[in-house]
Write a new protein. Structure first.
Length: 98
């Protein structure tokens, strides 16, 4: 079992949210049901990038790094580590190792 680091996008707010979880499908569901306080205003959320780390510690380190990137650098990061990133208007390919 691994831990996912993910990036979701809200068209309503035009923002990215970065997080980590051990159950990606359930977490996305919680975001879209407005059960997560930090993201309740932005629903619906679109999963645009994810990867899997073996430990929660590794996932937390990557999540922290992503949260400190500017929007431009975040998009560059997704482009570098996920083929097909074109921006929020285009469905993006997801990357997952779990």
């Amino acid at each position: 079992m691994g831990y996912f680091v993910y990036i979701i996008y809200s068209q309503a707010l035009d923002v990215f949210y970065k997080g980590q979880t051990n159950n990606l499908a359930e977490r996305i569901k919680r975001h879209n049901l407005k059960q997560e306080k930090a993201t309740s205003m932005g629903a619906p959320w679109i999963l645009i990038w994810s990867t899997c780390k073996q430990t929660r510690s590794e996932a937390l380190i990557l999540e922290k790094k992503l949260k400190h990137l500017s929007r431009k650098r975040l998009i560059e990061f997704m482009d570098k580590y996920s083929a097909g990133v074109a921006g929020p208007d285009v469905p993006l390919k997801r990357k997952s190792g779990c």
